[in-house]
Ligand binder design. Structure first.
Ligand code: AHR
Length: 505
């Protein structure tokens, strides 16, 4: 019999709510006309933001949203996005060479903060260090966080409509500085990080500054960054509040056309997140920085060739999301939960009309993707204590797209405990067979009716579109955990289970 054990005595740590975060960049159709339709639009909106997205996003209890980039952050001048909207300048967008689009600055700091308030999320701002000075960033922090009337920037903020400080705690010091953010060497960036974060704290000592970490498996970036960063007699005074890495799964071709090999290969790429983050973590520990430099995975998701989304390529990087993308999201979130002791934040890239999106919108149309459903099914994990899971389900062998033998775990799972409830999420990797499993809690009793939610479709290519908005949706049912033993997860299916539980002392 296939068994899934929930090992209550093996507690991993708290699953920080921020692990369920999102990312919104000024790129393609993320804001214009994804999130932002403008106050005068005949598309239902709240203060310019698309109402349907606001309402549905709120249901996910989104903890944090990262903004304004991405690469866009590295040319962004925050002063362009404040003051009367009609007077704001139109600028060259970072991505102009790709899509010819300019930046209207209709959405700036006040609008972004308002978006966060509307959905109950904390703001996370990625600051420009490639083309702006430390003082420029300090002034932005002053503008956002200084108490009412304390400084000239606070007065300007009030004149622009907000006497209350924005209280932005999370600040990214640059973005991808190994690439678009200045093609810096890790040693150079480490020095820049010290300089910028020192000055940033001058405006508000309570903020948290995240350093730019590596692209995926670039372990040299991590090794060299920490070697340089910690090379100071004042090591104990160093202030780094998080280390931000990016990892995208890609290179499996058209997201709508794949076979079993493409299914398993994409899932294998998702599973690789575990190895990559753990290897970076061992360098962080090796340099004695594990208490200060926890991981922030502020861009993650699938990166397919563009053009498969509803705008047919008009919105840069916009892609459709199938059941397979939902499965990547579910497995990735399981990995984050299972590494909850190392990760303080993660942001799925990106929220609307872009890479691994939760929403696709254009004109009056707005749909959710399978990844939206996954975030909904997993939200019970936020703030819970992560418990280790184990199974005896083995691995699935397959031939990858290069014709080589490969394998992947048959199940991916994670569990957490919060307020007397157990949340368990399980993915069945097999695209051919359902999984029938017995759930066995160890050091814990589960009781009463469990709520089970499933996301699955007979066809793993299934996706939602403007024409068929609810093709992929969840179904829920109850499971009597006192009398029933086995649970079925359809092929290529994702399950969440929520049940009352008592842990042994
Ligand atoms: O998410 C799209 C882009 O991917 C971001 O701007 C950049 O940070 C990354 O390379």
């Amino acid at each position: 019999m296939k068994k899934l054990y929930i090992l209550s005595p093996v507690e991993i740590g708290e699953i920080k709510e921020e692990i369920y975060g999102h990312f919104t960049e000024h790129i393609g159709g993320v804001f214009y006309d994804g999130l932002w339709v403008g106050e005068d639009s005949d598309i239902p909106n709240t203060d310019g933001f698309r109402l349907e997205i606001i309402e549905k996003l709120k249901q996910l209890a989104p903890p944090v949203i990262r903004w304004p980039g991405g690469c866009f952050a590295e040319i962004y001048d925050w002063r362009d996005g404040i003051g009367p909207r009609e007077k704001r300048p139109v600028r060259i967008n970072w991505w102009q060479a790709n899509d010819g689009r300019t930046e209207s600055n209709a959405v700036g700091t006040h609008e972004f903060i308002h978006l966060c308030k509307l959905v109950g999320a904390k703001p996370y701002i990625a600051a420009n260090i490639t083309s702006a000075t430390p003082l420029h960033i300090r002034d932005w922090i002053d503008y956002c966080n200084s108490e009412n009337k304390k400084t000239s920037f606070a007065l300007e903020r009030e004149a622009n409509g907000s006497s209350e400080p924005f209280k932005v705690t999370y600040w990214g010091i640059g973005n991808e500085n190994w690439g678009g953010g200045g093609h810096m060497r890790p040693e150079y960036y480490a020095d820049e990080f010290r300089r910028y974060s020192e000055i940033a704290h001058n405006a508000d000592p309570s903020i948290k500054c995240f350093a730019c970490g590596p692209n995926a498996a670039d372990y040299e970036w991590t090794r060299r960054f920490f070697a340089q960063y910690t090379d100071t007699p004042l090591k104990r005074t160093l202030r780094i509040d998080g280390y931000a890495m990016h990892y995208y799964c890609g290179n499996t071709g058209n997201p709508l056309e794949f076979n079993d090999s493409g299914w398993y290969q994409q899932l294998t790429q998702a599973q690789t997140m575990d190895r990559i983050l753990n290897r970076h973590w061992s360098y962080i520990k090796g340099y004695g920085m594990e208490e200060k430099a926890k991981l922030v995975i502020d861009e993650w998701g699938c990166w397919h060739p563009g053009g498969s989304g509803p705008s047919k390529g008009y919105n840069l990087f916009e892609q459709q999301s199938t059941i397979r993308d939902g499965m990547v999201a579910a497995m990735t979130l399981n990995i984050f939960n299972n590494n909850a002791d190392k990760i303080i934040m993660a942001n799925c890239a990106q929220l609307v009309n872009n890479l691994h999106s939760l929403f696709l919108a254009g004109g009056k149309n707005c749909i959710v993707t399978p990844t939206y459903h996954v975030f909904d099914m997993y939200k019970g994990h936020q703030g819970g204590r992560a418990l280790k899971t184990a199974d005896n389900c083995g691995r699935i062998e397959y031939i990858n797209l290069r014709g080589e033998r490969a394998s992947i775990p048959a199940l991916s799972s994670s569990a957490s405990f919060k307020d007397g409830m157990l949340t368990l999420t399980v993915c069945n990797s097999s695209c051919t067979d359902e999984a029938v499993i017995e759930i066995e809690p160890v050091g814990m009793k589960i009781y009463g009716e469990a709520k089970v939610t499933l996301l699955a479709d007979e066809d793993y290519h299934a996706y939602n579109s403007f024409e068929e908005p609810d093709r992929v949706k969840t179904i829920s049912y109850t499971f009597d955990s006192d009398t029933q033993k086995y649970i079925k997860i359809p092929k290529a299916g994702i399950m969440s289970l929520c049940v009352a539980a008592q842990r042994e002392e």
